[in-house]
Design a protein around this ligand. Sequence first.
Ligand code: PMP
Length: 383
Amino acid sequence: LALGILVSSAPSLLSCFRESSSKDQSENDPDSDFIKHGIPDLIGHTPLMQIQSLSAATGCTILAKLELANPGGSAKDRIALAIIEHAEQKGLIRPHSGDVVYEGTSGSTGISLAMVCRAKGYRAHICLPSDTSVEKINLLEKLGAVVEKVPPAGIVDKRQYVNMARTRAAQHNASSSTSRGLFADQFENEANWTAHYNHTGPEIFKQTQGKLDVFITGAGTGGTISGVSRFLKPRVPGLKVVLADPQGSGLFNKIKRGVMFDVVEREGTRRRHQVDTLVEGIGINRLTKNFAVGSAFIDDAVRVTDEEALAMARYLVENDGIFAGSSSAVNFVAAVKYARKIGPGHTIVTVICDSGARHLSKFWKDAGSVGGEIGLDLDSILK
Ligand code: PMP
């Protein structure tokens, strides 16, 4: 009888137990966060970490959103997933039906798209400049993407990587009646900034409990700065949004002069390779749709040289064990410069976009190896 009672009441007991147990666990035990169901489940909800050395040196609380903790190693996982899910909702593509996602990118977006495509039943076709680093090409191929090399990034004509990806998607749709080609179009596709508005911004708001004074980051497509600032600005009184801009980029002067771009680059026009910097992924000279939607929220800009970024990257390894990519190093230089400008006692949030492992053959080759230089003075590295 006792057993019968136990068994018959087991379901409700079990569910009670499960509810209270999972609640207690999730509050106290970071390992209790259930089982994830595939790669898309792992994207986002990245940690926010205080940078001890920079906080101590500036008297500000300098926090970094660890986007390198996404499964594909960068913030681009968020937009890859958003772009694909948005296209699915609009009925443009269907999983396991032979549909192909096309993108022109030499950066992390290709890697994130290749990964998310495999996870969701699509193929990825990535057009990239022929001078893209061999690590990235290898990674894309190992992730099962079709890799099409086109002329180097400085040459802007119909073979330019973004233009070529657009063309390939159009050719796919013209030639197939059974499957679809989707041009991901990270620069213009508004699923990019909205992914940061819907996720990155709210996560930062929650993690800081709305207590932050500055959000500072660079812009490549502009999706991160636009989405995060559009979410945070109305919710955080007095928040300053600051652009971290590498040398060679045209954004700094435009923000400083309070004018945005007068000319929108037209498809297929030739321009010189304007961003001449070791830093990859950020710094633009044209008004992308993703940057435009957030540009009105940007209060200030800080310019960062390659030399400063290289020194900062070494500083973070030496003092914190943080091995960051080039755009993250730019963000930290800008965060420290801005902290010095506004003085101690403020909370500054920035982003670690990706790891130094993606930048071994370029940025970190120039940075060299880090020796026993603990105690490197911040003043000596910031111009
Ligand atoms: N860091 C890296 C390494 C990037 O590749 C990019 C985007 N190209 C960014 C930062 C900037 O992000 P966003 O495109 O959202 O402006």
